[in-house]
Design a protein around this ligand. Sequence first.
Ligand SMILES: Cc1cc2nc3c(=O)[nH]c(=O)nc-3n(C[C@H](O)[C@H](O)[C@H](O)COP(=O)(O)O)c2cc1C
Length: 191
Amino acid sequence: MHTNVAPLRILGISGSIRTGSYNTGLLRAAAEMLPSSMRLELLSLAELPLYNQDLEEQGNPPSVAQLRERITAADALLIACPEYNYSITGVLKNAIDWASRPAGKAPLTGKPAAIIGAGGRFGTVRAQLHLRQVCTHLTMPVLLSPEFMVVRAWECFDQHGNLTDLPTRERLHEVLVALERWARLFAPISA
Ligand SMILES: Cc1cc2nc3c(=O)[nH]c(=O)nc-3n(C[C@H](O)[C@H](O)[C@H](O)COP(=O)(O)O)c2cc1C
């Protein structure tokens, strides 16, 4: 399938910058099992300053410029969304704010995406719903199905933050296949 078209370029963004993050581990696992018709690069949010309109008006700092360029260059995003206090992390929201300007013509405007997440008893479902709302404002078409949450993440990862649970790995693969179909609907990739 898709042998005559260019690979779909996916940018993986984790909303956690901690060492051993389960959510970053999901993205690493996705990279390992990626269909050959896709490419996945990971982008760390660790260097981003807090959004400040003054900074933006002075010219975007290098880490912000890089974030914006890499989102623009990607055909779709794979966002790994941890849950903090029933919502998305400040780290992730901050990155979204930087890439959401100017309104209507931002790197994120209309960018296809899939959301995945690893967390506790509810597997980030509340944060994912909040993230979907933010994406709606940015007219981002977010994959509807399959949904992907890892409950009790500590049982599915090893001590280094690598995804070891096989059924979860299979579900993640299904998300990648669905994301490719989805993203190609919105941004047909030329031969
Ligand atoms: C400030 C803070 C708030 C949190 N709030 C929630 C929460 O509301 N719901 C939840 O399931 N887990 C919550 N957690 C636990 C995180 O889901 C858990 O630390 C998870 O491993 C974070 O993702 P990561 O492994 O990718 O860093 C919270 C953790 C922190 C540090």
